[in-house]
Ligand binder design. Structure first.
Ligand SMILES: [Zn+2]
Ligand SMILES: [Zn+2]
Length: 177
C-alpha cells in the first residue's frame, strides 16, 4: 500500500507500540492503523505513560488524504479541544491515519487506550462545544482584562449553581430610578 501523504512511498509493517502493528511510511513516519488490530491489541495491553513526559507539539498534516486501501477520501476527526491535530479515518475500511508523533500525542493525552472514542459524534460535538466555550471566554477576557474576567467568571459559576439564580439575575439587572 502507498503512503497517503508521500507520493511513491510504500507503507511497511512496523510496531508503533509493543504488539501493535501498523503500516508505517519511512519518509513521513505516519502510520496507517487498522482499528481491528487496535481493538485486539487494546483488549490485551494497557501501556502506561512513562512518568515525566511533557506534551510536545506534534505537526499535523492538514491536507485531505485518500485511504490507501480503497482510495476514498478519509474523514478528519479532532483529537481534543486543546489540540489542533486531527486524525484521518476511512470508516469503510476501519483504518486510521496517524501523522508522525500523533500516537505519542495520544499517549500523552491518555487517549491511546480509547482511540475509537475520538471517531464518535459525541466526542466531536464535545470538542466543538469546548472550543466555542473557550472562544467565548477569550472574547470577554479581552474586553475585561484577565483580573476582572476571572472575578466575573467565578461569580457566574457560583451564580449558575445557586438555588436563587433568577433572583440574583433580577437583582443584577434592576435599577431603581
Ligand atoms: Zn509518508
Ligand atoms: Zn478505505
Amino acid at each position: 500500500m502507498d503512503c497517503p501523504q508521500c507520493r511513491g512511498y510504500k507503507l511497511e509493517p512496523k510496531e508503533i507500540e509493543q504488539g501493535l502493528l501498523a503500516g508505517v511510511c519511512n519518509k513521513c513516519e505516519g502510520a496507517l492503523l487498522s482499528l481491528m488490530n487496535y481493538r485486539f491489541w487494546n483488549d490485551q495491553n494497557q501501556p502506561s505513560l512513562e512518568a515525566g513526559e511533557e506534551i510536545e507539539q506534534v505537526e499535523d498534516s492538514s491536507n485531505a488524504k485518500t485511504c490507501p486501501k480503497c482510495s476514498r477520501f478519509m474523514t478528519k476527526f479532532n483529537i481534543g479541544s486543546g489540540e489542533s491535530n486531527r486524525l484521518d479515518l476511512c470508516a469503510g475500511c476501519d483504518e486510521a491515519w496517524l501523522d508522525k508523533g500523533e500516537w505519542r500525542l495520544l499517549k500523552q493525552l491518555d487517549l491511546h487506550n480509547q482511540l475509537p472514542k475520538i471517531f464518535t459524534d459525541a466526542w466531536q460535538r464535545n470538542v466543538r462545544r469546548e472550543r466555542q466555550e473557550q472562544h467565548f471566554k477569550t472574547r470577554f477576557e479581552k474586553i475585561l482584562g484577565t483580573d476582572d474576567f476571572d472575578k466575573v467568571d467565578q461569580f457566574k459559576d457560583w451564580m449558575s449553581r445557586h438555588a436563587e439564580l433568577e433572583s440574583i439575575k433580577l437583582y443584577l439587572t434592576t435599577k431603581i430610578e
